[in-house]
Design a protein around this ligand. Structure first.
Ligand code: UTP
Length: 313
């Protein structure tokens, strides 16, 4: 066993089980260039899906998975994220005076969801660099990373299932989803092997490979569970693709020290930084809402019918 494998085994043997994870890091310091001009003066993580900012869905998913200590990595132009999770005394007072109790409870519940802390990344030097800036807050514990622009359908329970694999193995777990060969060059890509217990072990991982060089069609999605050993490997990871410190390169280095597992899921993920996925998320979430679903469905059916009719004239 290597020393970091020993450490992981020790973590696992504490009381016979791994210590429950409570901390989650949400990187939200990126520039959001794929969503310009909307992201020129506002963070993409604050883009609303119907009436709720993207990052609130992510924090809600963390809270549902039992993660109550949230560290958001922010940067320049991201103040509105901090304001959103803070108390808003003026607004609360006005709502109280106007007798708008439902709205008041809604506003209050946001600041009471979880404990939120912030670290600024300074220069957005890549996702690996963003995660490394969480080191002091996390300390020597395993933790979760959830990308601030990736929304998961709560029914898919992706983070919860990943935490179960970590509790079983004591090691890191990376969310993976099959994508088409045309799409693989936009993602980290992993080659895996499944062991006798049905656990998926990552054997190779590369950042944004060319289609013809991709070792598989399994793409890395924005959910991770990490042992603290990741910080040691990230600290030694040189800038990679695009001159940025890539989280994928840090994971590849971690794999040379200890096992890293995969959790393969098939549905329920939206990349809000991608315009088409943003539209898909908006429509699907609106359709699933009790208050908006029925009239919105009617509107969509009419719209499609009118569109079809116009093509046949
Ligand atoms: P993306 O690569 O999707 O974000 O990173 P980006 O760089 O903002 O997007 P584009 O490509 O320019 O449109 C995934 C998540 O990681 C964060 C982003 O804010 C996003 O939530 N991130 C990325 C950081 O926190 N720091 C970075 O240096 C890079």
């Amino acid at each position: 066993m290597t020393s970091s494998e020993n450490k992981a085994a020790a973590r696992q043997s504490e009381g016979g089980v791994t210590k429950p994870i409570r901390k989650v890091v949400i990187p939200a310091a990126g520039l959001g260039t794929r969503f310009l001009p909307a992201t020129k003066a506002q963070p993409k993580e604050m883009l609303p899906l119907v009436d709720t900012p993207t990052i609130q869905y992510v924090v809600g998913e963390a809270s549902a998975a039992g993660l109550d200590d949230v560290l958001i990595i922010t940067g320049r132009g991201k103040r509105s994220i901090e304001d959103h999770f803070d108390r808003s005394f003026e607004l609360e007072h006005s709502l109280e005076l106007a007798g708008k109790t439902e709205e008041l409870e809604l506003v209050r519940s946001i600041s009471e969801m979880v404990n939120v802390h912030y670290v600024r990344q300074g220069d957005p030097k890549g996702l690996g660099h963003a995660v490394l800036s969480a080191r002091q807050h996390i300390g020597d514990e395993s933790f979760v990373v959830m990308l601030g622009d990736d929304v998961m359908d709560p029914k898919a329970e992706v983070t919860k299932n990943m935490l179960a694999i970590h509790a079983q193995t004591g090691y890191s777990v990376v969310a993976l989803k099959e994508v088409s060969p045309e799409e693989i060059s936009s993602y980290g890509c992993a080659r895996v092997e499944t062991d006798d217990d049905g656990l998926v072990r990552i054997m190779e991982i590369v950042e944004k490979p060319k289609r013809e060089e991709a070792p598989s069609n399994l793409a890395v999605m924005g959910r991770y569970v990490f042992t603290p050993t990741l910080f040691d490997t990230l600290a030694e990871t040189p800038p990679g693709r695009g001159g940025e410190i890539q989280l994928t390169d840090g994971i590849a280095a971690l794999m040379s020290k200890e096992p890293v597992y995969g959790y393969v899921f098939t549905w329920g993920r939206y990349d809000i930084g991608n315009k088409l996925d943003y539209l898909r998320a908006t429509v699907e979430i609106a359709l699933s809402r009790e208050d908006l679903g029925p009239p919105f469905r009617e509107f969509l059916v009419d719209l499609l019918q009118t569109d079809l009719d116009s093509q046949h004239v």
